[in-house]
Design a protein around this ligand. Sequence first.
Ligand code: NAI
Ligand code: MG
Length: 528
Amino acid sequence: MSHERDPLTNPKIESGDGAPGDGTLGDPPSDRATSQMHGDGHYGDVRSLLFGDLWDYAPAPETADHVQFQSRYGHFIGGEFVEGENFFPIINPATEEVLAEVATADAAVVDRAVTSARSAYDKYWSKLSAGERGKFIYHIGRAIQEKAREFAILETMNNGKPIKESRDVDIPLAAAHFLYYAGWADKLEYAFPGAATRPLGVAGQIIPWNFPLMMAAWKIAPALAAGNTVVLKPAETTPLTAMKLAEIIREVDLPPGVVNIVNGAGATGAAIVEHGGIDKIAFTGSTEVGKIIQRSLARTRKSLTLELGGKGANIIFEDAPLDQAIEGVINGIYFNQGHVCCAGSRLLVQESVVDTVVAKLKQRMASLRVGDPLDKNTDIGAINSFDQLTRIKELVAAGVDEGAVLYESECDLPDRGFFFRPSFFTNVSQSHRIAREEIFGPVLSILTFRTPSEAIERANNSRYGLSAGIWTDKGSKLFKIAGALRAGVIWGNTFNKFDPGSPFGGYKESGFGREGGLHGLRSYLEVR
Ligand code: NAI
Ligand code: MG
């Protein structure tokens, strides 16, 4: 197995070196289970699990033939698909093929969408009984479930994420969000006992490309349940499942204009933010854009929730069940190619077990299958866009320049498409950019600590505060550490678990406001 090294990275690189236990054929299981010598060979003996990487998998691609989508999309306004202008291509990041082209909404189109949302609010949605509102939301959730397979394949084609993730995570969770919030629609008085609630009106919602349909669900479902109407803008690289959602919204006969979807990039998002007819902005995306939005809304009466970046600490204590912790590390950083705001992108390992953890991690990484996202066996798919791949490469190069040691898993990458090897850095210090900035790719930074208080201090030493993970055998330690961490979502002996009933959101530069659960409902209501 050989591969071209990226010119952006310099020679300070270790790689999967074919040492016993890296998963190459002919490595008898008994040998794999004992000796682990990497690079300077200081990792010593590591007992290890077998990951089924002793044989090759036959290709198991999903067929995409039956997935229907248009080659051209304008916008979805007032219950109709409407024409647009200034079309740009939508790329399949795994093949670089053009899937479709979509239009760019300018301020005039955004104004049409907002007007339609306002009139739907006045005419239909605010007049409908809460029970009826709930039924519509429920129907949307059920319709997503009925078309789950088609949604999953389209999501994978447009986003690049492995089909097993869109099939088992994105689409089921998107449906679950609608079903969950459908249940709240007629129970608002129980949700906020003793208080009177009122919808805010028209919500402008801007979402990113990492979980396209799921982010649309996280935004639309609570907004509708609370009685608002919406104008949503999908990310410019991943609008296709949102357009498919628009089809469903037509099919369930949602009153026209209750949900409007406009396509376009940052300028379209800015036109939504600045529109005077909007009562609330909900944004998920980069901290940089979040700050622009906050600034722009500072002098207005619009309410705002921001779900921004993160640099989550995944903390492994020496008493943790290490094999399980390794699974949590893999899930924490390589799930969805690391395009996850709550990724466990900073691994903090207690010094006494760091060598073992690093050795086990290398071994587990050797079994990760990188490639065709439509293949059911693929673990890691394509980076969503050329731009994102460039950002990842730049930050990785900065890490190498600053003196961290890069380890890339050895695997063959497809010839076409935007791919990046699952990687991690050791020798990372807090001042390195890779320890502070969101890489948003399959790249982990490993730091160490000696005592629990040092772990807390290091974990909290970030401008972000979205997520964290704690791995320890001691429940009391877990709760004590969790209480001291400044992160909105904390997982104990697991990672990246989501549920519509569980609030999600951050502290500090990770934003404010919560999505999911009652908290998520509250952000779309005036509670008096
Ligand atoms: P971005 O923040 O620019 O894009 C997210 C959404 O905001 C998209 O729909 C985009 O069209 C829209 N947008 C862009 N500029 C806007 C503006 N001025 N006003 C209103 N809406 C605007 O994120 P981008 O450029 O896709 O990714 C850059 C970096 O941001 C990534 O490398 C990653 O680190 C971070 N990011 C974090 C996400 C998260 O969930 N925390 C999601 C996406 C990106
Ligand atoms: Mg941007």
